[in-house]
Ligand binder design. Structure first.
Ligand code: MCN
Ligand code: MOS
Length: 764
């Protein structure tokens, strides 16, 4: 899908294309309803699938009575654990796959309440809903463990690769002049993107097309191909616009397999829309966590030791580790360190990645604990962070590529007016409101992956950027137009961007805040090749007015091609294309070495995660950093908390589009406000059901909860992070927000809340 709406550059005219404050190129389409989501794609002859989910937390499906459902008007198909869908297990994110194993998306074994156990397909949605209601399931129940606090849950299993240690943390802790120790907890949290999940699946012979919101068209197309034993080329996954994903739309889930298999069985396209309540159990949110942190320091607050013991829940049938120690080893310099992480299997859907997995709960623990230490030694909370800055990455032994945390703390303090803060809790007021000021820092690793892009310069001078990468709201369309415009010297509105289709050149997942760095790198490389080719043609082709100028290169700027001195020929790109007698110049490049170029490239690199490099893969340790400053007002009588002011400073390297990056940071901060004060998946301990599985009861921050948020960039280009010098932006905003708010609440009230969310009953 091409973005064809007219658009205007609303940035400062003096900005270059890259770095300019352009509004989202897809913004107009989105707010006018012109951006069709995957499920809105019109497909002829659709049948409708509806899921039936288990009502017990653990056990077996003993029997399914489908008679009534099958007899209901319009029913085409009832799928149960008895039905052989003929599927094979797909590979994991790294491309590992068990040999020839069957896959049952409707298993007989029930591992959690809300697990999909049957599905109905009917002529209309209403008929399918009614027939789904008539499917009668008899269960054999077995005892369930419904959460981390369930007495049956136990301590969990140690995750070896997350154990980190240096020095002698226990002894140094015991020897420290000042010690603080506490447990910090976060509940289950959910993505709740405004566009719920679902898909339309259509078969044409042995070719499958899936319209499904996706953070990773190539990865998901590959998974569908594997489920059905097809070559990758036989599956096309289309996802032009996405109404938010936040980590939940990067993989194929059971309902997708069911819908695509039903479409094959029926020989008819099938649409399956996951209902809002079903989204709470059709894939996993953020796992509940607990972590015990002990900090030992001298009387100036200089750290001697950190001991961290974390645990997160996972499911009984799958593994997802919410790494509570993800930020702990890298934020502060500490000579003695020990961290462990356990996984506790419970009867839940396997948890998943939700904006800044690991770093987020990890920072809640550490940044709360640092505040507790500041108060234990009587040192200002910003000052104690400055005293403990890590000057290199102790864990990997590598220097930081760039770490402008001191600058972030300084710029944030200054803009917030931190110097006017009085240290004592309950010492600042605004009438009947207690006022609290808190600080919390954050980090997110820079991950790097391979991607590919295609550039076309067309006869009318239009530049096309084509990639299977996606835009779920973060700004990919816009920054790719900017990247191509910058390299080819054309106005941004002369560039058209096509994304969101696995039949287009390969791209890595829009996850781990790494897509922008990867795909701008690919577009930059392809556009540079296109520019070189155009110049080469202009200098050599007969008919080109540049051929006999004696110039050995040309300048592309303001949409024109010129000799690099005054007075020579100067043509628009369209005029040059006409002179050359060409209808297009086309280049396709990936970010891999020369040997892996070409349309096939190194396909595995963008259909699996095998090409992803971690933050310490190179010579340096590469991360984004931030510092949040927050003011809360707490009603003394009622305990109600309002966030009244927010200032955050970020080091995310070079910023491709400040307007969009600021929007990303604010979005993360807003999610962090929800996490701090509102969000909590409530589990019914009797049956493992998520009680608040809807947007009326699962509260996220709304405009009324969000103050004006000032964001500041203190980053400088970091060429160890990406081709263009940017670091990740999409997730860091949420990291450190909840502890900053908890710290502000402590400053306002003297009450330290260590388990999220900070609800008023915890304050009274
Ligand atoms: N950007 C920039 N300069 C940089 C880096 C990024 O201007 N140096 C801006 C660009 O507009 C870019 C955006 O920030 O499009 C995000 O870039 P990046 O940090 O590379 O993140 P990804 O493109 O990989 O996006 C994924 C990331 C993740 S992992 C989650 S979770 C998340 C997030 O983006 N989910 C989002 N932001 C989201 N924003 C919206 N609206 N909806 C979601 O679901
Ligand atoms: Mo983001 S949670 O890595 O999609």
């Amino acid at each position: 899908m091409t973005i064809v709406e007219p658009r205007t550059k609303r940035g400062d005219a003096s900005d270059g294309a890259l770095g300019g404050r352009f509004s989202r190129l897809d913004g107009r389409l989105k707010i006018t309803g012109g951006a069709a989501y995957a499920l809105e794609h019109p497909v002829e002859d659709l049948a409708y699938a509806v899921l039936v989910q288990s009502t017990i937390a653990a056990g077996r499906v003993a029997a399914v009575d489908t008679a009534k459902a099958e007899a209901a008007p319009g029913t085409l198909l009832v799928l149960t654990p008895e039905t052989d869908l003929g599927l094979k297990i797909a590979s994991d994110w790294y491309g590992n796959r068990p040999e020839d194993q069957p896959y049952h998306p409707l298993p007989r074994q029930v591992s959690f309440n809300g697990q999909t156990v049957a599905a109905v397909v009917a002529e209309t949605l209403e008929q399918a809903i009614e027939a789904a209601r008539l499917v009668q399931i008899a269960y054999e129940q077995s005892p369930a463990v419904t959460g981390l606090d369930d007495p049956g849950a136990g301590e969990g299993n140690l995750v070896d690769q997350f154990t980190a240690a240096w020095g002698d943390a226990e002894t140094a802790l015991a020897d420290s002049a000042v010690r603080i120790e506490a447990e910090y907890r976060t509940p289950r949290e959910y993505h709740v993107p405004i566009e719920p999940h679902g898909l339309v699946a259509r078969w044409d012979g042995d070719h499958l097309t899936v319209w499904e919101p996706s953070q990773w068209t190539h990865g998901m197309a590959r998974n569908y191909a594997e489920l059905f034993g097809l070559p990758d080329e036989n599956v096309r996954l289309v996802s032009p616009f996405i109404g938010g994903g936040f980590g939940s739309k990067a993989t194929v889930y059971a309902y997708g397999a069911v819908a695509a298999a039903a479409a094959r069985k029926l020989g008819r396209p099938v649409k399956l829309a996951v209902t809002r309540p079903q989204t709470f159990t059709s894939y996993g949110g953020r796992a509940a966590t607990r972590q015990r942190l002990a900090l030992g320091a001298n009387s100036d607050g200089v750290l001697h030791s950190i001991v961290h013991r974390g645990a997160s829940e996972t499911s009984t049938y799958g593994v997802f580790a919410e790494q509570t120690g993800a930020a702990t080893p890298i934020m502060y310099a500490v000579p003695n360190f020990s961290s462990e992480q356990r996984l506790v299997p419970v009867n839940t859907v396997t948890p998943g990645a939700l904006r800044a997995p690991g770093k987020n709960p990890s920072a809640f623990g550490l940044e709360s604990a640092m505040d507790e230490l500041a108060y234990a030694v009587g040192v200002d909370p910003v000052e104690i962070r400055l005293r403990n800055q890590a000057e290199h990455d102790r864990q990997s032994g590598k220097p930081w590529s760039t770490r402008r945390m001191r600058e972030a703390l300084a710029a944030g303090s200054e803009a917030f007016g931190w110097s006017r803060r009085s240290f004592e809790p309950r010492s600042m007021r605004d009438g009947r409101q207690l006022v609290g000021w808190g600080v919390g820092c954050g980090t997110f690793p820079v991950l790097r992956a391979a991607s590919e892009a295609l550039i076309r310069i067309l006869a009318d001078g239009t530049v096309e950027v084509v990639s299977g990468a996606i835009d779920m709201g973060q700004g990919t369309y816009t920054i790719l137009a900017q990247t191509a415009a910058e390299v080819l010297g054309v106005p941004v509105d002369q560039v058209e961007v096509r994304l969101g289709d696995s039949s287009l050149p390969g791209a890595t997942v829009a996850g781990g805040s790494m897509l922008a760095g990867a795909i701008t790198g690919a577009v930059y490389k392809a556009a540079t090749a296109a520019r070189e080719e155009l110049i080469e043609l202009a200098l050599s082709e007969t008919g080109s007015p540049f051929r006999d100028t004696g110039a050995n290169t040309l300048v592309l700027a303001d949409g024109r091609v010129s000799v690099p001195r005054d007075g020579g020929p100067s043509l628009t790109i369209a005029e040059l294309m006409a002179a050359l007698g060409r209808d297009r110049v086309e280049t396709r490049r990936n970010t891999l070495p020369e040997a892996d170029q070409g349309p096939e490239g190194h396909k595995r690199a963008w259909t699996t995660m095998t090409s992803i490099q971690g933050p310490t893969a190179g010579e340096y340790s590469v991360h984004s950093w931030c510092a949040h400053f927050v003011e809360v007002k707490v009603d003394e009588d009622f305990g109600t908390i309002r966030v009244s002011r927010f200032v955050s400073a970020f080091d995310c390297g070079r910023i491709y589009n400040p307007k969009l990056a600021e929007s990303q940071w604010r979005g993360g901060i807003i999610m962090g406000i929800g996490q701090a004060l509102l969000e909590e998946g409530l589990v019914d301990g009797r049956n493992g059901r998520i009680i608040n599985n809807n947007l009326a009861d699962y509260l996220v921050a709304t405009n009324a909860d969000v103050p004006d948020i000032q964001v500041i960039s203190v980053g400088i280009p970091d060429l160890d992070a990406s081709v263009l010098g940017g670091k990740g932006v999409g997730e860091i905003g949420i990291v450190g927000v909840a502890p900053a708010i908890a710290n502000a609440v402590f400053h306002a009230t003297g009450n330290r809340v260590r388990d999220l969310p900070i609800t008023l009953e915890k304050l009274l």
